[in-house]
Design a protein around this ligand. Structure first.
Ligand code: ATP
Length: 234
């Protein structure tokens, strides 16, 4: 199995002393890797560094074998990401939002825009203004934008955060479908244990800026473990 992501000893300490320390983990092709941790644990910081949105003080990130600092274009070539909430222009239709997003990529055709709208179940609403979309629909529009370039690896920071039950279920179904039917590898973050159990095959548990456990969901979460029970919402 090939490594899609290699993270080694990532460290970033903000001026207030908070941040992440010596984070290391690998993701293999086909994994749906969940980064599980309570609020403030450091999940977004790690994802932002992987995406080049902020700099680590120490450590290294390789994506598909390419160093994200020295070879960023190669590293991010096949990556789609949604860090925190989706960016949506409310006065435009869903379709026009994607048309705008498609300008960041080469070779995204109108047919591809229709394809991703189908994947996220937004095709019937594509000409409606995004202002009228529910939060779940906006989140799915963000997913659609991240899918435009046919990424092989997707990084999604708390993709179900703030969604109602229906929106949450839909986003999870889309992730599972993309992993199984389109062989997309995922790095997801969440503070919900049951979400990780449903969607992921592997997890890394992060608390206070450090990975405290890592392994197959089947091994980690199905064992009674009081340290986990104590700080996660079930
Ligand atoms: P959440 O689920 O609440 O988004 P998280 O696990 O994604 O949390 P981070 O956002 O990475 O955690 O934050 C990790 C720690 O670093 C937190 O204590 C946070 O307050 C702190 N932090 C994050 N960004 C900054 C910043 N720009 N300046 C100072 N401290 C920060």
């Amino acid at each position: 199995m090939k490594n899609v992501l290699e993270v080694k000893n990532l460290t970033k300490i903000y001026q207030n002393g908070r941040g992440i320390r010596d984070i290391s983990f690998d993701i293999l092709a086909g994994d749906v890797y969940g980064f599980l941790g309570p609020n403030g644990a450091g999940k977004t910081t790690v994802m932002k560094i992987i995406m080049g949105l902020c700099r680590a003080q120490k450590g290294e990130v390789k994506i598909f074998g390419h160093d994200s600092t020295t070879q960023p274009e190669r590293a991010w070539q096949h990556v789609g990401a949604m860090i925190e909430n989706a960016v949506v222009y409310e006065y435009m239709s869903g379709y026009k939002n994607l048309l705008l997003a498609s300008r960041f990529y080469k070779d995204v055709t109108p047919a591809r825009i229709d394809e991703v709208l189908e994947m996220v179940d937004l095709a019937p609403f594509k000409h409606e203004k995004a202002a009228g979309y529910s939060l779940g629909m906006k989140q799915r529009l963000g997913l659609a934008a991240a899918l435009l370039s046919k990424p092989k690896f997707m990084i999604l920071d708390e993709p179900t955060n703030g969604l109602d039950v229906e929106g949450t279920v839909k986003v999870r179904e889309i992730i599972i479908h993309l992993a199984r039917e389109h062989q997309v590898t995922f790095l997801l973050s969440s503070h919900l244990i049951h979400e990780m159990q449903m969607v992921c095959n592997k997890i890394g548990i992060i608390n206070n800026g450090q990975v405290i456990k890592e392994g197959l969901v089947a091994d980690l979460l199905h064992n009674e473990d009081e340290t986990l029970e104590s700080f996660f919402i079930k």
